[in-house]
Design a protein. Structure first.
Ligand SMILES: Cc1cc2nc3c(=O)[nH]c(=O)nc-3n(C[C@H](O)[C@H](O)[C@H](O)COP(=O)(O)OP(=O)(O)OC[C@H]3O[C@@H](n4cnc5c(N)ncnc54)[C@H](O)[C@@H]3O)c2cc1C
Length: 462
């Protein structure tokens, strides 16, 4: 229970409508998109409208010694917004203004509650795009994706969120406001704070303004569906495309289980007997797209694709990408619990990783559908299970552990884009070793010594 005095002070600062206390509201904010995580009701949800509101909330939380959990749309997949120690959820959705689109400098300034697609709809009017596009582009916020350093379907050619952040305004755990970065292409003043805070998952500060880079909309694009009767061939084709110096905007894979499940869900004509498909899109100037498209066709055929279909028009293209975006929702319908992993390897090791995932599924007798941003080496092995089946959940834990171990042994990482949150905090030692984890801890404690901001995520208190 929070002190009634704190609730009264918050209501008088923010207005009663921006302070939620109903039980039903608390349940809504007790979980996020991550399966298999414990849920926990917050004591209170507050909805700031300005940086000044956020400062006031942080100062009150300090005064009453209460934790704060920043939250965008709650679509993260690492338990990043669960208020695990109780306290205050800070919903950033009211701060949803696009403050500036600067066509001369190709930048935009946004508040954290802006939905990624809304920014893209706005900048498209000027022939620009903001490339990071997680599967949740129509719901996820700029604040959440910045703090998660989201990737997405265009990562191979265009990079991920951190490549587009040029500056930020943040409220620290002390209540101080800091701002850095700007519209200059070059900026090496001091330590690289943008790199430190992007992907910090709300554990080091609360972002209240973000300055992002925009790029011109590609003139043309061409999508393909390449069909394989063997997953290894598909894996080798990914490496061959890159080796041939073609950098598609998007290079995605779906295995047979994912193909069948998506087809059953979305009925879009995918080849359900294929062992794997690659979804490929090249974009850029019309002439280069034509050339790259020819090369993609050639490489796919050389690498043993049984069929390669080029999307004839925008409708066919949209259908292909809708299929890919349906992968997780479709798999999630198969069983009560969906454990989605995000182990990532250098793309040359994709065939080995795909093989290891198949072996792990057999070893632990689990259903694992694999899809993902294969061109980035970022696979999403998705375990279809039931959290009420204790014996199976134990095998899931062992399988997850083994997936991470293999990924790291292949030179990869625990997370390509979904972050650490609560879900992977216990595995960090595997990647960083004790000294590395201690560096993370010292950074956390330098900026947030009381673990006020998003406790239990990335670095756990001893
Ligand atoms: C179906 C599905 C598909 C997905 N596809 C992808 C994908 O392709 N690529 C990818 O990278 N991710 C993907 N995700 C994960 C998720 O959508 C992204 O991480 C997304 O960017 C999170 O945005 P959000 O607004 O929901 O953030 P939230 O989940 O609300 O928050 C994410 C993190 O940011 C922190 N946070 C939020 N706002 C602030 C703030 N203002 N200041 C400080 N910290 C803050 C939170 O505390 C939390 O740690 C997918 C998720 C689902 C469910």
């Amino acid at each position: 229970m929070l002190p009634t005095q704190l609730i009264a002070e918050l209501k008088s600062t923010l207005g009663a409508a921006n302070v939620l206390t109903d039980k039903e509201d608390m349940i809504t904010y007790s979980f996020d998109a991550t399966a298999g995580m414990p849920s926990k009701n917050p004591d209170l949800v507050v909805c700031p409208n300005s940086t000044e509101d956020v400062v006031a909330i942080v100062k009150l939380a300090n005064k009453y010694n209460i934790p704060i959990y920043p939250r965008g749309s709650g679509t993260n997949l690492s338990g990043g917004t669960i208020p695990i120690e109780g306290g205050i959820v800070l919903s950033m959705l009211n701060m949803n203004q696009i403050l500036e689109v600067d066509q001369d400098n190709l930048v935009a300034v946004v508040q954290p509650g802006v939905v990624i697609q809304s920014l893209n709809n706005e900048v498209l009017k000027y022939g620009l795009i903001y490339p990071p596009d997680p599967g949740t582009v129509t719901t996820a916020t700029m604040g959440g994706s910045t703090m998660e350093c989201s990737g997405g379907l265009r990562g191979l050619k265009y990079g991920v969120t951190k490549h587009y952040i040029m500056g930020m305004q943040l409220v620290l755990a002390s209540g101080e406001v800091i701002k850095w970065g700007g519209k200059t292409v070059k900026n090496v003043s001091g330590y690289d704070l943008t790199a430190l805070f992007t992907g910090s998952e709300g554990t080091l500060g609360i972002v209240t303004e973000i300055l992002v880079k925009l790029i011109p909309t590609p003139e043309a694009r061409q999508s393909f569906l390449a069909v394989f009767d063997d997953v290894d061939k598909a894996g080798r084709c990914i490496s061959a495309i890159i080796r041939n110096k073609i950098i598609p905007a998007t290079l995605e894979i779906m295995d047979n289980m994912t193909i069948r499940t998506v087809e059953e869900y979305a009925k879009i004509g995918l080849p359900t007997d294929a062992e794997a498909v690659l979804l490929i899109e090249v974009d850029g100037y019309r002439e280069s797209v034509a050339r790259e498209a020819e090369q993609v066709l050639k490489v796919c055929r050389e690498e043993g694709a049984s069929d390669v279909q080029a999307a004839k028009d925008d409708a066919a293209r949209d259908k292909l990408w809708a299929a890919r975006r349906a992968a997780l929702p479709a798999l999630a319908r198969v069983s009560p619990t969906t454990v989605l992993e995000d182990a990532t390897v250098p793309r040359s090791r994709i065939p080995e990783m795909l093989k290891a995932i198949r072996q792990i599924a057999l070893k632990y007798d689990l259903k694992i559908g694999t899809f993902g941003h294969a061109g980035d080496g970022n696979l999403h092995p998705t375990i279809l299970t039931d959290k009420h089946n204790a014996a199976e959940m134990h095998r899931v834990e062992q399988a997850v552990n083994e997936i991470f171990t293999v990924a790291i042994s292949l030179g990869g990482t625990l997370s390509g884009e979904h972050g650490i949150g609560m879900a992977k905090a216990g595995f960090l030692n595997m990647e960083f070793g004790p000294a590395g984890v201690d560096v993370l801890r010292r950074l956390k404690e330098a900026l947030d010594p009381d673990y006020r901001l998003n406790p239990g995520k990335i670095v756990r208190r001893d």
